[in-house]
Design a protein around this ligand. Structure first.
Ligand code: ADP
Length: 274
């Protein structure tokens, strides 16, 4: 399972070869998937508490995908129940003038996790080879260098103790159309509707090309990309939860040593007489 959907370093990705409706890694029905997700939520809660208590590892989760692909939904469903202490979400929007005055990794680096922390990037430095490329916000000679720069940046983070997981939420154009229509049909969801999304949607082919290049050039042993079939929300959540829990389990995170029996007794007596 752990290898499914992982982009092997050096592979030339063609997104047409990946089915966004795929559910082949789960044999049961949606209700059974929900039950497994709930178990994974509980295990994630436990692992995150250990991560925080141990204060040694740093974990970075990158979420990328087209509008409506479910970045917010993953954050809500997969991280349901984790202690907000020790978990942060960083959203990267159109850069501010101050951010633009610096190199594109400046605002990113500041938000990376410290020891014991788990940070979820809702969009990321990959926007600088996606929207920036599609809209030609910088010349080709500038964004083309960024793949190597990003690999070097992520390698530094990894060598300094950060575990990095990158998820591309793969939906197709028809699914996006339906999700946008659903938003329009429900006035309580209008706040999520952005007319600008229609302009980006018109550039679908160019975005797919930009994603294919990013996925091909920046999936590394130290910061792998996973292409997550995301037309079915339950499956998307389940697969991400499995990958995350599996990765955290492999870190062998340990709670700090418990107190000795002698210390427990000493403190207990101090409390009782105090
Ligand atoms: P979201 O869609 O993530 O919920 P918004 O609707 O505010 O939030 O969209 C954020 C926008 O910021 C996206 O269109 C995204 O492409 C854009 N953005 C993010 N990073 C950059 C960047 N480095 N340069 C230009 N635009 C960016």
């Amino acid at each position: 399972m752990s290898k499914a959907y992982r982009v092997r370093p050096g592979t030339k990705v063609r997104l047409k070869d990946f089915d966004p409706n795929d559910t082949s890694e789960f044999k049961g029905d949606k209700e059974e998937a929900q039950q497994e997700l709930e178990k994974l939520n509980t295990e994630l809660e436990r692992l995150q508490e250990c991560l925080y208590a141990e204060g040694k590892h740093k974990v970075l989760i990158v979420l990328q995908g087209m509008d409506t692909s479910g970045k917010d939904g993953v954050i809500r469903s997969v991280f349901d129940g984790v202690n907000p202490q020790g978990v942060r979400v960083a959203c990267f929007k159109v850069p501010t003038p101050e951010e633009l005055a610096h190199d594109y990794l400046w605002r990113i680096h500041k938000m990376t996790p410290g020891k014991g922390e788990m940070v979820i990037f809702n969009r990321s430095h990959y926007e600088d080879v996606l929207v920036v490329r599609v809209h030609e916000l910088v010349p080709g000679s500038v964004w083309k260098k960024r793949y190597d720069q990003i690999n070097a940046f992520e390698r530094t983070l990894a060598e300094e103790g950060t575990t990095i997981l990158k998820f591309y939420l793969h939906i197709d154009e028809a699914e996006q159309k339906q999700r946008l229509l659903d938003r329009l049909a429900d006035s309580s969801k209008h706040w999520k509707f952005n007319p600008g999304d229609l302009k980006e949607r018109a550039l679908w082919g160019q975005y797919m090309q930009a994603y294919e290049d990013a996925l091909s050039k920046t999936s590394t042993d130290w910061a792998p990309w996973y292409i997550i079939p995301a037309n079915k929300k339950w499956y998307r959540n389940l697969i991400i939860a499995r990958l995350l829990v599996g990765t955290l389990q492999s870190l062998n995170i340990q709670l700090p040593q418990p107190l000795s029996e002698v210390d427990v007794e000493r403190y207990r007596l101090q409390l009782l007489v105090g």
